[in-house]
Each structure stands twice: as C-alpha cells, then as structure tokens.
Ligand binder design. Structure first.
Ligand code: ZN
Ligand code: FE
Ligand code: FE
Ligand code: FE
Length: 178
C-alpha cells in the first residue's frame, strides 16, 4: 500500500538510511583495519573509522538542525556491501591480494556513501535546510577524500608490484650472463 509522502519525508528516509549505513560501517571498518596486511591500508581504515564516528555525530547535528525525527530502519545496501567484503575475507588468505580486494570492497562503500550524501545535499537544498546541507557537505567531502586515498593506495601497490617484476627480470638476466 503506498502512502502520499512529502519531499521532507523522503529526506528523512534517506537520512535514516545513511545513519544505519554509517553505524554498520563503524563495525566493518574495525574489521577491515584488523584484516589489512599493509600498515598504510590498515591505518587508512582506522582513520576513516574515526571519521565515520564523527559522521554519525554529524547526522545527530542534522537531526537537531532540522527538527526531523529519524526512522528506525536498516540500510540493506550497506549490509550487502559489507557481506561482499566478508566473502573476500573468507575466501582469500591475508596478503597483497586480499588487500587489493579490501580496497575494492571499501571503494564500493565509499561510492554508495558519496551518492547518498550527494542526494541528501541536493534534496536538503530543495527543502531549504541550509544548516543541514552545510553539515552533509562536510561528510560528502570526507567520503570523497577517503575514496581518493584508497585509489592512491591501489595505484602505489600496483606500481610497487611492477617495480618488483622489473627488478626480478633484470636480476634473472644478470644471472643468465654469468
Ligand atoms: Zn545506505
Ligand atoms: Fe561515511
Ligand atoms: Fe540504503
Ligand atoms: Fe566513508
């Protein structure tokens, strides 16, 4: 049965969804941080875990600023994305390959969040909630930065692999010549 809903209701729905997503993520990021082998990656997850805790508090501020009340709901998309990360952790032994998998899983999460906060900013603006939009934009920027950091880690890891291969090749050649 469908009900008539307002754009305010939609905003509340989307805000409640991302609130659930962030809460689920605080647990998941702790696990990712424990699972990553590269210290830089483990640290990146830990830093984003701390940011995520701040993002939950920021949503509380959005609630205060708007006077809206959050709905009790579960973000099933985040549940699924976390489940996908868990599948990788169960299937791949710890090391650089799992690290690459964790980066991929985490970037899916960041992109979901970027989409969610982007929409919330647009709708918040539409309904004239300037203070809320300001807060949501801060989080949006943190999510973009977290995503970029993961891209940079993946690229650095890829470059290192290529360099190792080149060194192995030239060592093999040098041995051949002897
Ligand atoms: Zn969500
Ligand atoms: Fe987040
Ligand atoms: Fe969701
Ligand atoms: Fe995030």
């Amino acid at each position: 049965m469908s009900q008539r809903k307002t754009i305010d209701d939609l905003f509340i729905h989307l805000l409640s969804d991302i609130y659930s997503a962030e809460k689920q993520l605080t647990r998941a990021l702790a696990k990712l941080s424990r699972t990553a082998s590269a210290p830089e990656l483990a640290n990146a997850f830990k830093t984003h875990l701390e940011e995520t805790q701040g993002q939950v508090e920021r949503i509380d501020k959005v609630v205060e600023a708007t006077g809206f009340r959050l709905k009790r709901m579960k973000c099933v998309a985040m549940e699924g994305l976390i489940e996908e990360a868990t599948e990788l952790i169960d299937e791949i032994e710890k090391g650089p390959v799992l690290d690459a998998g964790l980066v991929a899983a985490a970037q899916k999460v960041e992109h979901y969040e970027i989409a969610a906060y982007g929409s919330l900013c647009a709708i918040g603006k539409q309904i004239g909630q300037q203070e809320a939009v300001k807060l949501l934009k801060e989080t949006l920027e943190e999510e973009k930065a977290a995503d970029l950091k993961l891209t940079q880690f993946a690229e650095a890891a890829g470059n290192q692999k290529a360099a190792e291969k080149a060194t192995a090749k030239s060592t093999a050649k040098a041995t051949e010549k002897q």
